[in-house]
Write a protein that binds this ligand. Structure first.
Ligand code: SF4
Ligand code: SF4
Length: 391
């Protein structure tokens, strides 16, 4: 069936800046799993450059050769976890994080998206969360200790994962904010999916038009000057994606660990309770690490805790390996996603960790699932939960 291609995003300058050096090839997680260069950034760039040139060469014309995006090319585009490693290493400074979002959107708008990811989009459209749970239950986790201040200094942005699947994270953030006597507001049904997972599955046009404006408005109208979240994907949405699309939120966006650093330094918060002795390796989530450059805050927060022995995994920070959980990758490539996650868990065990601590609920659920299926004796903990236990 002939494909009617949607308008290609304006990425020619970036494509032609590529020197084909190949630095981005070995750092790409799907490439490492799949082994074909079509999965690597350089392979995808090469294909799109050929598409740009099609029909221009005499030899191409004589051989009736044409390079047109099709289902096979689209599959290669979605062989991407949105990990940010290619942008991090690219010697031509190609802004790949946004470029892959745009190319995936081009594929979805051309009818070439991944069918396995389409239900996530439908669920967000119908229920405003990625799980298809009833919207009216978004705030059902709220403990009786939660306070909603009429004049908040902070909005706590909970996110889909902590609202519906990992409520312990949300309860932990409430405990931290209460301990520091922060005036905060939780939006409940006023909060919709931030759209970060959707944008990395090619549904960016919906996120830009529907989710971004209403989410920014919902926070802004509280008058709070700070949004705090414990979800790496939501940090990414408000700090990176919305700004790239011109959303310009009129408030600061902080991960809970950044806010904890501030509360401790302002002497509003003290961690007094020693934790059981636990060797914990920190996993840098791609969205919070490479994509938004937040490496220090979670490590600094872990230093406040007595009893916890923080360990560094190898590689870490900007070279950290991806868990495989991002961008809906496990829905389309479950074996490769599991293999990436298992390797990261092994890296934690290699440094003697008893637990992995991270800031991404999606990576946590992915790790937990792999550890259970493969009998890996490693706990996965969210940093907000660990911090709350020390109060
Ligand atoms: S963002 Fe990560 S997974 Fe996607 S192409 Fe770049 S290196 Fe590969
Ligand atoms: S690292 Fe950058 S310049 Fe080198 S091949 Fe990859 S995309 Fe091209």
């Amino acid at each position: 069936m002939a494909v009617r291609l949607a308008e290609k995003p304006p990425i020619e300058d970036d494509l032609h800046a590529c020197t084909m050096c190949g630095y981005c090839v070995p750092v790409c997680p799907p490439y490492r799993e799949i082994g074909f260069e079509s999965a690597a950034p350089r392979g995808k760039v090469y294909f799109m450059r050929e598409f740009d040139k099609r029909g221009l060469g005499v030899v191409d014309w004589l051989l009736r050769r044409k390079t047109l995006p099709d289902a096979e090319f689209s599959k290669a585009v979605f062989e991407c976890t949105a990990c940010g490693a290619c942008e991090n290493i690219c010697m031509a400074d190609i802004p790949f994080d946004g470029l892959w979002q745009d190319v995936k959107e081009w594929m979805v708008d051309s009818g070439l998206g991944m069918p396995e990811q389409a239900p996530v989009f439908e669920r967000v459209r119908e229920t405003h969360n990625i799980y298809g749970e009833p919207h009216e239950r978004r705030g059902a986790w709220l403990p009786k200790e939660a306070r909603n201040d009429p004049s908040p200094e902070v909005v706590y942005w909970v996110g889909c994962a902590a609202s519906y699947r990992k409520q312990r994270i949300a309860e932990s953030v409430v405990k931290i904010l209460n301990a520091a006597r922060v005036r905060y507001r939780i939006l409940g049904t006023g909060e919709w999916c931030s759209g970060a997972p959707l944008a990395n599955m090619g549904f960016g046009s919906y996120v830009k038009k529907e989710l971004m404006p209403r989410n920014i408005e919902a926070v802004a109208e509280t008058g709070a000057k700070i949004l705090v979240t414990a979800c790496s994907e939501d940090v990414r949405a408000f700090l990176k994606d919305y700004r790239r699309w011109g959303g310009n939120p009129p408030f600061s966006v902080l991960h809970i660990t950044q806010y904890v650093e501030r509360l401790v330094s302002d002497k509003r918060l003290v961690f007094t309770k020693p934790l059981p002795n636990l060797k914990a390796a920190f996993h840098d989530s791609c969205a919070q690490g490479r994509v938004t450059g937040m490496y220090d805050a979670p490590r600094n927060a872990m230093k406040f805790l007595k009893g916890l022995v923080p360990l560094e995994m190898f590689p870490s920070k900007s070279d950290a390996h991806c868990s495989g959980a991002g961008a809906g990758f496990p829905l389309v490539f479950p074996d490769q996603a599991s293999s990436l996650g298992a390797k990261r868990l092994q890296a934690a065990m290699d440094v003697g960790a008893q637990a992995v601590v991270t800031t991404c609920p999606h990576a946590e659920m992915h790790f937990e699932d792999i550890a259970k299926r493969q009998n890996i004796p490693l706990q996965t903990l969210d940093i907000a939960e660990v911090l709350a236990q020390a109060l």
